[in-house]
Write a protein that binds this ligand. Structure first.
Ligand SMILES: [Cu+2]
Length: 145
């Protein structure tokens, strides 16, 4: 009758056991890391119907046309750096008649949901930089129709 071989003990005495464990742990860390990276919340990649870029030069485009009676998602992109002395690179997107008033931090983007609106022209502005909302550079309009 053959003697029972102590498998586990023999394995743990293998000279490369520590190396294998190290490789295994490295793979686990890599897989978990990739999983977290893939599952990270996308802060600026939300889908939007329109994109408005806001800089010290103004809003681009400064005039938007959207359909009446349906909500619209607008992606606001602020490529300005925080080293701007004028407002620290922050831009505002305010549409008083639609109850919208958000600020976009420097070198970032956000998606703002415009509510369904009646046909008409709705002014928007940034009051942070460039002399405030009276400055023609930081004004625009949304034409709902
Ligand atoms: Cu501004």
């Amino acid at each position: 009758m053959p003697a029972k071989r102590p498998h586990h003990r023999a394995r743990s005495r293998e000279p490369h056991f520590g190396l294998r464990l190290g490789v295994f742990l490295a793979v686990v860390v890599l897989v978990v890391g990739v999983a977290f990276w893939l599952l990270r919340p996308p802060p600026s990649s939300q889908s939007a119907d329109l994109t408005v870029t806001m800089t010290m030069a103004g809003f681009q485009p400064g005039r938007l046309t959207i359909p009446a009676g349906q909500p619209i998602a607008v992606r606001l992109v602020n490529p300005d750096s925080r080293f701007h002395t004028d407002g620290g690179g922050v831009h505002q997107f305010a549409i008083p008649d639609l109850g919208i008033d958000v600020r976009v931090q420097p070198e970032s983007a956000m998606v703002v949901q415009l509510p369904a609106a009646q046909p008409g022209t709705y002014a928007f502005y940034c009051d942070v930089c460039c002399g405030g909302k009276e400055s023609p550079t930081m004004q625009g309009a949304i034409v709902v129709g």
